[in-house]
Design a protein around this ligand. Structure first.
Ligand SMILES: Nc1ncnc2c1ncn2[C@@H]1O[C@H](COP(=O)(O)OP(=O)(O)OP(=O)(O)O)[C@@H](O)[C@H]1O
Ligand SMILES: [Mg+2]
Length: 273
């Protein structure tokens, strides 16, 4: 088997693919996630020319002073509107790969091009701007702020770029309402919500700025089947409506099967499933 470079054909969701749209709404079963108008500060998508990852290598030092090679030459490319799942055993390097793609970790070797933006050569401030304007990240362990309300957590990406508080909170509450949150849940501190509710907050936070690239690390990890299914559908619909690239690391085979392409990380390399 060789490293992956091209999409598999016959994709289930592909026929619904569309270019970037303004004021999109994503159908998510009985929820409709209205992603609204793109925020004013989101310029032309950096991903207009897709994502291209070449010969990525990453090692980590062990406490014993040795080094483990987690990624040993990972290459793949993907285009806007695609939904890709990345599977692989625990410890295979899925989270590491997602973190390299958005520059949260630095690679030891290789290149990552988001359109014409070279992640590995970017300054930390350019990377921060890229992440804020172009990337929505659903973290494996949420990384929500437990003392803030659900709506405050979702609004954070807007507040960071100086959207005024009231419109930001209103927009966040509207998104949460669209995925079934009532006022009590939106105004609860996140620490009082269930794991599944927190995961839905994390997805809304990742999508509120309409990112061109969504990196979702185990987005259905804590969810019952029905809620997991709705989250999966919302991410897939989002990709199609916004023309965004969505990459989902998951152990959930049912979720992976709904993505148009599944890649598997094994022994530090990426293969077609
Ligand atoms: N900052 C770090 N320092 C040292 N080792 C690390 C670091 N981050 C990850 N690792 C190691 O790299 C390997 C890959 O970790 P990673 O979190 O990417 O796996 P994963 O495929 O996401 O696993 P899971 O399915 O359990 O989430 C693991 O052995 C992990 O211990
Ligand atoms: Mg992981």
């Amino acid at each position: 088997m060789s490293n992956v470079q091209s999409p598999k054909s016959g994709a289930r969701e592909r026929e619904t693919s569309s270019a970037n749209v303004q004021g999109a709404s994503a159908n998510v079963g009985h929820w409709t996630l209205d992603v609204g108008q793109p925020p004013a500060d989101v310029g032309r998508s950096t991903l207009d020319f897709g994502l291209s990852v070449t010969d990525l290598r990453k090692s980590f030092p062990t406490p014993a002073g040795e080094s483990i090679e987690v990624l040993r030459g990972v290459s793949f490319s993907a285009g806007a509107g695609e939904v890709i799942s990345i599977m692989g055993a625990s410890g295979a390097g899925k989270s590491t790969l997602l973190q390299l793609i958005c520059g949260l970790e630095a690679a030891d070797h290789g290149s990552i091009l988001a359109g014409q933006f070279a992640i590995e050569r970017a300054t930390s401030s350019a990377l921060a701007r890229f992440r804020n304007q172009q990337v929505g990240f659903v973290f494996q362990f949420h990384h929500l702020l437990p003392d803030l309300t659900a709506a405050e957590n979702v609004s954070l990406p807007l507040l960071i770029t100086r959207t005024r508080r009231n419109p930001a909170i209103q927009r966040a509450a509207q998104m949460l309402a669209e995925i079934g949150f009532d006022t009590r849940m939106s105004t609860s501190v996140v620490g009082h919500l269930s794991g599944g509710e927190q995961q839905r907050v994390a997805v809304c936070r990742a999508l509120i700025k309409q990112p061109a690239l969504v990196l979702a690390d185990e987005p259905t990890g804590n969810l019952d089947t029905a809620t997991g299914d709705e989250i999966a559908r919302s991410l897939i619909s989002y990709a199609k409506e916004r023309g965004a690239l969505v990459i989902i690391a998951t152990h959930n085979r049912a979720l992976a099967e709904r993505c148009e392409r599944t890649l598997v990380l094994r022994d530090g390399k990426l293969y077609d499933a």
